[in-house]
Design a protein around this ligand. Structure first.
Ligand code: Q0Z
Length: 296
């Protein structure tokens, strides 16, 4: 990485880095992958470019629903890093926002913490749901289930009253309507192409004029659950479109006593890396209708 870039570093996510250029920021998605809450020791080729390409695809497609922070994915448009070919295709130049302290989760199916909360209470984030729904079952309609970022570990689901305290009632209603619109549009489109978007998380911020803007990444496999539609069978957990080969391998590794689930596992076998990379490229091709360009 260039000397200049490290001085501009602002934040690290598990698999992403954020850099600051005054009113603009650079959001770099790495090829790192996490599974079972652990970052793998081996990179997945093309993963960063697939996630960045998918975010751009969805930002372009949903601009009529809500404005978003994307300025450009062309390296040439940010001279500070234009010569850093490592960053090509996996970096987004974005507008700096004041991020809102609510994670905007939409669920169309019962999975993860939504399934847990439903089993315990028959409700998720204050949405009462009909009894008898199976694990991974489709909800009667998508629901908005806000969460807050935990200081460490997983986000915490909150009810609408708590979310309203954080951002105000009117803003919350706007977030709910826009999040549901985004999900409904994207989920219908993806389903026609063989991918169920079971749930997804949006992050919004405010521009200098107080206008609402969609930020972060959007509708990627890292911010959503993608399931292959042709294998959908409610009643148990579903295979993940992107993570399943890796998860299957890690489960076997644990059974064999070669991984305790805490520290990073040993380097991933080439076959697991190749299968995982192929899944990301396939999700990109199915959703955008064209393969990811090589090299760039
Ligand atoms: C995003 C994150 C990380 C990647 C802050 N447009 C924006 N304006 C202001 N802040 C953000 C954005 Cl996207 C922002 N994050 C999450 C952290 C790498 C994304 F380390 N945090």
């Amino acid at each position: 990485m260039s000397e200049r870039l490290s001085e501009l570093h602002e934040a690290s996510g598990k698999v992403r880095e954020l850099y600051s250029f005054g009113e603009r920021m650079l959001l770099v998605t790495s090829d790192r992958m996490s599974a079972f809450d652990v970052v793998m020791p081996t990179d997945i080729p093309d993963k960063g470019r697939v996630l960045t390409g998918l975010s751009k695809f969805w930002f372009d497609r949903t601009g009529d629903i809500v404005r978003n922070h994307l300025i450009s994915v062309e390296l040439a448009d940010f001279p500070e890093v234009a010569r850093d070919h490592e960053l090509a295709g996996r970096s987004m130049l974005v507008e700096r926002l004041t991020m809102l302290p609510v994670e905007c989760v939409v669920r169309g199916y019962l999975a993860g913490s939504g399934w847990k909360d439903y089993q315990a209470a028959g409700a998720i984030c204050g949405h009462d749901l009909p009894p008898g729904l199976p694990e991974s079952g489709q909800l009667p309609y998508p629901i908005f289930t806000p969460a807050t970022k935990a200081t460490e570990g997983h986000d915490i689901n909150i009810d609408l009253e708590t979310a309203a305290v954080l951002v105000g009632q009117e803003r919350l209603e706007q977030l709910e309507r826009i999040s549901l619109d985004l999900y409904l549009e994207a989920a219908a489109y993806a389903l026609e192409r063989g991918i169920i978007i079971a749930d997804t998380k949006f992050e919004f911020g405010l521009d200098a004029d107080g206008g609402l803007v969609l930020g972060d990444e959007a509708l990627t496999p890292d911010s959503s659950r993608f399931w292959p539609a042709d294998r959908y069978k409610p009643g148990s957990s579903q295979p993940s479109f992107d993570k399943q080969p890796l998860r299957d391998y890690l489960v076997e590794l644990r059974k064999a006593g070669q991984w305790n689930g805490d520290a990073p596992p040993p380097a991933l076998p080439a076959a697991v890396v190749a299968a995982t990379s192929a899944r990301y490229l396939e999700a990109f091709r199915l959703l955008t209708g064209a393969p990811l360009e090589v090299g760039q």
